[in-house]
Design a protein around this ligand. Structure first.
Ligand SMILES: [Zn+2]
Length: 169
């Protein structure tokens, strides 16, 4: 299976040197996880109950084959960039300030992370969050309400698999 490379294409509002240092540690964790054979195995075996993939034109398809889900995940084909599969995860990350409760979110090809959470949370937690948001950048989606199937969507379930592997190592 192809080796995936992680790139920081853009880091916005990482104002302290320690922010950049943390981002670089998280990058290594992400690279370790996505290239871990166990991570890929778990995805192939996973029981996804929500397999929706949103195309750039907003049409939605369902991807029944886990192999195809894995292929899309590792392809590095970010949406809204006219990119082909290059097996490079190009991250565009902005830190932002807000009083709302979430750790972060995705906006088109960018991952947004709350600056306070970024600084408070562990490297592993931020790695799992960036993986989850990046899966949205690729095109997978989930319910935005807390439904029963949401934890079994591609972004959530793959995020959980990543978290487990990061804990084990
Ligand atoms: Zn999400």
């Amino acid at each position: 299976m192809k080796k995936v490379k992680i790139n920081f294409y853009e880091l916005l509002n990482f104002t302290k040197r320690s922010d950049i240092e943390k981002a670089n540690r998280v990058k290594l964790l992400i690279e370790e996880v996505v290239n871990n054979p166990k991570f890929r195995d778990e995805i192939l075996k996973a029981n996804f109950k929500d397999r929706r993939f949103r195309n750039e034109d907003q049409t939605i398809v369902t991807i029944d084959d886990n192999k195809e889900i894995l292929n899309r995940l590792i392809s590095g084909k970010e949406q809204f960039r006219d990119e082909d599969a290059d097996y490079e995860w190009d991250f565009r990350i902005s830190l932002y300030r807000s009083i709302t409760g979430e750790v972060g979110k995705r906006k088109k090809e960018s991952v947004l992370t709350k600056k306070k959470k970024f600084r408070q949370r562990s490297d592993r937690t931020i790695a799992a969050h960036w993986i989850h948001e990046y899966i949205h950048v690729i095109g997978f989606t989930h319910d935005f309400k807390r439904t029963e199937i949401r934890p079994h969507s591609v972004p959530y379930l793959v995020g959980s698999i990543a978290k487990e592997i990061l804990k084990a190592e």
